[in-house]
Write a protein that binds this ligand. Structure first.
Ligand SMILES: [Zn+2]
Length: 65
């Protein structure tokens, strides 16, 4: 409580890809572990067309291929 968030969490909040269906900005709905080490599986929801995009995102640069 009262601790500043780690910088990578701020990036998670800022990073919002466009909806693959209609191109509107999406909202990060959930994050879960991905199969690849150092990666998150992130679900971005579009409030315009109710599309959900799931992306594998590397959160550790040294784990990215
Ligand atoms: Zn959309």
């Amino acid at each position: 409580m009262g601790q500043p968030e780690p910088s990578f969490m701020n990036q998670v909040q800022v990073y919002r890809p466009r909806c693959s269906r209609c191109g509107a900005p999406t909202t990060l709905a959930r994050i879960e572990p991905a199969a690849k080490p150092g990666h998150d599986l992130r679900t971005f929801e579009c409030t315009v067309c109710n599309n959900a995009d799931m992306l594998e995102v590397a959160y550790r640069m040294d784990a990215a291929e």
